[in-house]
Design a protein around this ligand. Structure first.
Ligand SMILES: [Zn+2]
Length: 251
């Protein structure tokens, strides 16, 4: 799947689940864009991917390292273990940020090393979402860094989302959801994903072979992309408190 459609699938997943996760309207835009960024995160195992090129040689070098560690493209980062590692990284960055209470005091803009890991992850996710969706052009990275600083200094990335009896910070939920959406997207293609890597290399598919899609071909352009756009519009409409169906007139 193309980076654009991976980012959109992450955005759709977050917008659709926002009411269930109790995402407030104030945090909806950040949550949707961060999940769009996490939607391209598993492709950090490929030096030519959108996300690998987001911060030049820094992210290209990181992608090279991930490629080696994860057994090559579409292996470790496209597995359940990969989702767990990315989510643990985002969660750990949040814990480190929280361990310096001063960094969360309202209006406190002093630099602290405790916000660095979270800011780096946020900047990476914001800018790769913008790049994948072709928003912001050459300024996508700058907008991503500015968005990351605002999100970190307001503590929005640590906002707890509720799913049943679970309470997890927004950044960790966005990361997990985006990665899961990415893997589901790749499972629609001929390649499939080795969910149980490194235990098993069996590649899982969501569709039978004749229905599997080929990246960047007609089906992705004319079916998957429009479907995701309509899905995103409907999910955001619903998440902002509007009904999806026309209410029946009372008798
Ligand atoms: Zn992929």
């Amino acid at each position: 799947m193309l980076g654009r459609d991976h980012a959109l699938s992450g955005a759709v997943a977050m917008a659709a689940l926002a009411p269930v996760l109790h995402v407030t309207q104030a945090h909806l835009a950040a949550a949707v864009v961060l999940t769009a960024g996490a939607g391209v995160l598993p492709d950090i195992d490929h030096p030519d991917s959108t996300i690998a090129r987001s911060f030049g040689f820094l992210t290209e070098w990181f992608a090279w390292v991930v490629d080696r560690l994860s057994g090559g493209h579409r292996h470790g980062t496209h597995s359940l273990l990969g989702i767990a590692v990315f989510t643990a990284g985002a969660y750990g960055a949040g814990l480190y940020q929280l361990s310096e209470p001063k960094s969360l005091a309202a209006g406190h803009l002093e630099f602290s090393w405790h916000i660095v890991p979270a800011t780096v992850i946020l900047a990476l996710l914001y800018s790769s979402a913008l790049r994948a969706l072709k928003i912001g052009g050459h300024y996508a990275d700058l907008i991503g860094i500015a968005g990351a600083l605002v999100t970190c200094f307001t503590g929005a990335d640590l906002t707890l989302l509720t799913a049943g009896s679970w309470h997890l910070p927004l950044l960790a939920v966005a990361t997990a959801l985006g990665c899961a959406a990415h893997i589901a997207g790749d499972e629609l293609t001929h390649g499939g994903c080795p969910l149980f890597w490194p235990v098993s290399m069996h590649e899982f598919h969501l569709l039978p072979r004749p229905m599997q899609i080929t990246t960047a071909k007609l089906c992705e352009t004319w079916v998957v992309f429009p479907f995701l756009l309509v899905g995103l519009a409907a999910a955001v409409w619903h998440a902002t408190g509007h009904p999806l169906s026309v209410p029946r007139p009372a008798k």
